[in-house]
Design a protein around this ligand. Structure first.
Ligand SMILES: CC(C)(COP(=O)(O)OP(=O)(O)OC[C@H]1O[C@@H](n2cnc3c(N)ncnc32)[C@H](O)[C@@H]1OP(=O)(O)O)[C@@H](O)C(=O)NCCC(=O)NCCS
Length: 148
């Protein structure tokens, strides 16, 4: 069973390792990552949360959860952005447990209106998300602003 907690300074190395799974050609080192976390106050941030999934106290997965205002519903939406099971622990069911644990974690937030997650990985990630989310067919437009 996975338990979700907010990232602490002690988790920064673990998060850095996890993000290597997603970052493509963006090559930054641990010190640059730590500086980013510090500069934007991401530890303990109210709108941008970095959460760690632990099993028996050991970090196995992470996700980022960003909050945005939805004034039309007098509440807030959440979007999962980086969802990663550490490579040492993939394909053991932790991805599913992580999402389930997140649902439990967000349950107490009465202002939460909608939770979304997007992926272009239709094989693995979509398989996990498909168990917990309803598919939405929508067109997303994106413009790359600045590459790292
Ligand atoms: C995507 C990810 C979060 C899934 O976590 P996980 O712990 O590996 O996944 P789980 O073991 O909980 O479940 C994986 C599901 O995908 C299936 N699966 C796993 N690897 C697969 C593969 N190579 N091809 C097809 N299906 C696969 C599993 O069978 C399982 O489906 P099932 O429950 O129907 O049997 C994880 O693999 C990961 O971190 N990947 C790299 C980062 C990433 O791509 N994140 C998503 C960003 S949107």
């Amino acid at each position: 069973v996975i338990e979700i907690e907010l990232m602490t300074i002690a988790d920064q190395r673990f998060v850095f390792e996890c993000l290597k799974e997603l970052r493509g050609s963006a090559a930054y080192d641990q010190a640059q990552f730590d500086e980013y976390v510090n500069k934007y106050g991401l530890i303990g941030h109210r709108e941008f949360r970095i959460l760690i999934g632990r099993r028996k106290g050991i970090p196995v997965a992470m996700l980022t959860c960003n909050r945005y205002a939805m004034p039309r519903y007098l509440g807030f939406g959440y979007e999962l952005e980086e969802v990663v099971v550490h490579p040492d622990y993939q394909n053991q069911g932790f991805g599913k447990e992580l999402i389930h644990a997140f649902f439990e974690w967000i349950k107490d937030d009465a202002s939460a209106r909608k939770l979304t997650v997007k992926t272009d990985d239709s094989v693995r990630a979509a398989r996990v998300y498909g168990k917990y989310f309803d598919p939405v067919h929508t067109t997303v437009f994106a413009k790359q602003l600045r590459h790292l």
